[in-house]
Ligand binder design. Structure first.
Ligand code: SAM
Length: 293
């Protein structure tokens, strides 16, 4: 076994050797604790038959743990300056492919289909760049990649929103979007001290396990998400007012929206944060023909 990249001493050596300076704008907070990396990797439940997709390998701290525990690793890195470093630090591993692309622009589906042809168990495992955590997770889910799950480090505040239940202040359209596709769990709370440089916020690791099919039936996914976003647009307003103000034709369709809520036994004076995902599904199915007339 090779010496871990993620010790403070080795990380400093690597940064110095390549004259690397952190770019805050790219969310570069590298992990410098091998135990945390081991734990993250264990939570992914990889085997020697698994494929791992990493977003933002940095200098390879997590990548090498994934390489040791899976069949193949695909790592997407946006910062060109890291490519020669990764070439060097990951030279002991022949099962890693680094792809120099912005994950938000990459055609991940095609790349995964090509690179993981003979692999049937695929996990995303990453310490995400915090400025784009939500768009990255939503892209992975809405593109319907053939994943078993996602284990990622992110801001604790976002982890709380993702796993939130109805009736709490953290519950919102993000909780619903993610719980529509996955079972969400927070598996670790992580102190700032394990990063270099230390981020300003607390961190957590979440595990998302994909449902075989979404837990509710909706006529139109895009419209379902539109209704949930509309319902939380102004959290202090009632569900009826938010729907009227936010949905296209909402104002003209006020009476029909109000009737749809009553038919579903949803009191129009409730707030969006009290509705379950099942209620949002029934509501969006009832509103679909009304709003999309
Ligand atoms: N995995 C490393 C670790 O844990 O030490 C680095 C994690 S660091 C929080 C985030 C990494 O994501 C950085 O290497 C950064 O350059 C990269 N990154 C930022 N935005 C990206 C994007 N849009 N697509 C791909 N990589 C990105």
């Amino acid at each position: 076994m090779h010496k871990d990249i993620a010790t403070p001493i080795r990380t400093k050596e690597i940064l110095k050797k390549f004259g690397f300076s952190f770019k805050k704008s790219l969310g570069q907070n590298f992990l410098i604790d091998p135990n945390i990396l081991k734990n993250i990797t264990e939570h992914a439940g990889l085997t020697k038959a698994s494929g791992a997709i990493e977003i933002g390998p940095g200098i390879g701290a997590l990548t090498e743990h994934l390489a040791r525990n899976s069949k193949k690793v695909l790592a997407f890195e946006i910062d060109q300056r890291l490519l020669p470093i990764l070439e060097d630090t990951l030279s002991p591993y022949d099962n890693v492919k680094v792809i120099h692309q912005d994950i938000l622009k990459a055609d991940i589906h095609t790349i995964v289909d090509e690179e993981f042809k003979d692999i049937h168990d695929v996990m995303v495992v990453a310490n995400l760049p915090y400025y784009v955590t939500t768009p990255i997770i939503l892209k992975l889910l809405t593109e319907r990649l053939p994943l078993r799950g996602i284990v990622v480090m992110l801001q604790k505040e976002v982890a709380d929103r993702i796993g939130a239940k109805p009736g709490t202040k953290e519950y919102g359209s993000l909780s619903i979007a993610i719980q529509y596709y996955t079972k969400a769990e927070t598996v670790m709370i992580v102190p700032k001290t394990v990063f270099m440089p230390q981020p300003n916020v607390d961190s957590a690791v979440i595990r998302l396990t994909l449902h075989e099919k979404p837990i509710v039936d909706v006529i139109d996914e895009e419209f379902f998400f539109q209704v949930t976003r509309a319902s939380f647009a102004q959290r202090r307003k009632t569900i009826l007012n938010n729907l009227i103000n936010q949905l296209p034709n909402g104002k003209e369709m006020k009476d029909a929206i109000s009737a749809a809520l009553s038919n579903l036994n949803i009191d129009p004076s409730r707030r969006g944060e009290t509705l379950s995902i099942q209620e949002f599904a029934s509501l969006s199915n009832a509103l679909f023909p009304i709003i999309n007339k």
